[in-house]
Ligand binder design. Structure first.
Ligand code: KIV
Length: 307
C-alpha cells in the first residue's frame, strides 16, 4: 500500500498554499470502502497528511530534536514532526540567546535528526541572520537546510510584511512553517518574552498568520498567544494546520522543546510547559551510581571483563 493510500480526505485550502507540488493540499480521491484517514497509520508524514489531520479533526505532535538517537526514540514513539529549533542555541550549545546560533551550527544537527527519523517530518529552523536580508538569502539558507541537512521543511519567524520570503521559499520547492505570535528572534523588538495577541493586538497576529498561509506556508506555528487569538488564527487559515506552543488547545498540533517536556532543564519553566518525565534527575542518579561503582571498584565486574 502506498503511503498516500491513507489519504481519503481532500481538504479545501487557500488557493495560494498549493503553489508547489510539495505543498499539495488535496489527496487523490479514494473509493468507497477505504479506511478513514488516520495520521497514526501514515508511514511517512508529509505536508498533505497534516492538512488531512486538520480536516479530520485529528491532533498531531511535534517535539524539538537535535540528535540521531533522540530522533530514533521520538520517531518510534510516533511523534509526527521533529523540529530542529534554534532553541539548539540554548539546549545544545549553551548560548544565552537563540540569536547566537548560526546556520553552520544548525546543519549538522539537522542532518543527524534526519538520519534518525524514518516516519516523522523533519523541520529545520532558519536561524537569526540567515534570511532577513532578502527572499534570495532566505531561499539560499533554506536550501542548505534541505540539501546539507536533509530537512523536509523549514520554519521561519515571520509576519505579514514577509510574505515575499515565504513565497520565494515555497517557489523553490521547500515547504514552509510560518512562526508567528511571540517570535523569540525578535525578543528585543517585542520588549521581552511576552504573550502576544491580547485584546486589540489579536487582529495583527491573525493578519500575519492569514497572509503567510496565503503566501504558501503549509503550517502556521503560534507561540505564546492567547487561546482566543489562536482560535481566530486556526479559523482564519482555513485548511492550513496550526501548531501551538503556549497557544492553548485549539491548534491542530502542539510543540514543546523536548528538554523542557522531559525534565532535562533546571530552573523555572514557562507556564505552557508540562513535564512528562524527569529524565534529568534519572540521568543524574544513574551517573552518580556509575561514579560510586567506579570509585568502589564494583564496576567493572567479572561479567564485563575479558579473560
Ligand atoms: O526553536 C524552537 O525550539 C522553537 C519552538 C519553541 C517552537 O522555535
Amino acid at each position: 500500500m502506498s503511503e498516500n493510500e491513507n489519504a481519503p480526505y481532500a481538504p479545501s485550502a487557500p488557493a495560494a498554499s498549493a503553489q508547489h507540488p510539495h505543498n499539495a493540499t488535496s489527496a487523490t480521491p479514494t473509493g468507497p470502502g477505504d479506511k478513514p484517514f488516520s495520521l497514526e497509520a501514515v508511514k511517512k508524514v508529509r505536508t498533505l497528511h497534516l492538512a488531512q489531520a486538520k480536516a479530520a479533526g485529528e491532533k498531531f505532535s511535534m517535539l524539538t530534536c537535535y540528535d540521531f538517537l533522540t530522533a530514533q526514540i521520538f520517531d518510534r514513539a510516533g511523534i509526527d514532526m521533529l523540529l530542529i529549533g534554534d532553541s539548539a542555541a540554548n539546549v545544545v550549545y549553551g548560548y544565552e540567546s537563540t540569536l547566537t546560533v548560526t546556520l553552520d551550527e544548525m546543519i549538522p544537527l539537522v542532518a543527524s535528526v534526519a538520519r534518525g527519523a524514518s516516519r516523522a517530518m523533519v523541520v529545520a529552523d532558519l536561524p537569526f541572520g540567515s534570511y532577513e536580508q532578502s527572499p534570495a538569502q532566505a531561499v539560499a539558507s533554506a536550501a542548505r537546510l534541505m540539501k546539507e541537512g536533509g530537512a523536509h521543511a523549514i520554519k521561519i519567524e515571520a509576519n505579514a510584511a514577509m510574505t515575499e520570503w515565504v513565497r520565494a521559499i515555497v517557489r523553490a520547492g521547500i515547504p514552509v512553517v510560518a512562526h508567528v505570535g511571540f517570535t523569540p528572534q525578535s525578543e528585543h523588538a517585542l520588549g521581552g518574552f511576552r504573550v502576544q495577541g491580547r485584546g486589540e493586538k489579536s487582529d495583527a497576529v491573525v493578519a500575519d498568520a492569514r497572509a503567510l498561509a496565503e503566501a504558501g506556508a503549509f503550517c502556521v506555528l503560534l507561540e505564546m498567544v492567547t487561546t482566543e487569538t489562536a482560535r481566530r488564527v486556526d479559523q482564519a487559515v482555513g485548511a492550513v494546520p496550526t501548531i501551538g506552543i503556549g497557544a492553548g488547545n485549539v491548534t491542530t498540533g502542539q510543540v514543546l522543546v523536548w528538554q523542557d517536556a522531559m525534565g532535562m532543564r533546571e530552573g523555572k519553566l514557562p507556564k505552557f510547559v508540562k513535564q512528562f518525565a524527569q529524565i534529568g534527575s534519572l540521568l543524574e542518579d544513574a551517573a552518580r551510581a556509575y561514579r560510586a561503582e567506579v570509585r568502589s571498584g564494583e564496576f567493572p565486574a567479572q561479567e564485563h571483563t575479558f579473560e
